[in-house]
Design a protein around this ligand. Structure first.
Ligand code: SF4
Ligand code: SF4
Length: 159
């Protein structure tokens, strides 16, 4: 479906999410659709929740019973293909990698963006993490109404 329309449609995206009951706790969502020789997600996970296996071309498989939502795989993935999602108080919280300037600041309101690059709604910047550990990747936490759980992919500064 990606090849035909250029982005993952909602049906495909949903296959990468666990059930909403599981998402009461933070869990990694791995949108890695292509078979490529890559495995930092597997090696970076301190809980061995991600498996690629002997063939490095395989796409990652996650065991949600082991994932703690720590987010280490988020900034380890060179393809920016991983985020951590959680549902809380009818809002969806996302920990995402962000590599553009300006860097969002806690408490700001930005636009939430979908996989087509369209504005979904306003989102709250809940947390911003930047440290030596994350190299140059800033990891931000943004929240949107729960109805956008399968649509949200990133943030964009409001004009
Ligand atoms: S969020 Fe943490 S525990 Fe979960 S898969 Fe990523 S690195 Fe592993
Ligand atoms: S590190 Fe990212 S791009 Fe590489 S296999 Fe894992 S999810 Fe895919």
């Amino acid at each position: 479906m990606i090849r035909r329309i250029g982005y993952a449609d909602k049906e495909l995206v949903k296959t990468k999410f666990p059930s909403e009951e599981i998402l009461v706790r933070p869990k990694a969502i791995i949108e890695c659709y292509q078979e490529i020789p890559c495995n930092p997600c597997e090696t970076s996970c301190p809980f061995q929740a991600i498996t690629i296996g002997e063939d490095i071309n395989h796409t990652p498989v996650i065991d949600y019973s082991l994932c703690t939502g720590c987010g280490m795989c988020v900034y380890s993935c060179p393809g920016l293909a991983i985020m951590v999602a959680q549902i809380k108080d009818k809002r969806a919280y996302f920990k995402i990698p962000y590599e553009l300037l300006p860097i969002p600041q806690i408490g700001e309101t930005w636009h939430a963006i979908n996989r087509k690059g369209e504005i979904l709604c306003d989102c709250r910047i809940e947390q911003v993490m930047q440290s030596k550990k994350t190299d140059r990747t800033v990891v931000i936490t943004a929240s949107v109404p729960q109805e956008y759980l399968y649509d949200f992919v990133t943030v964009r500064k409001r004009p």
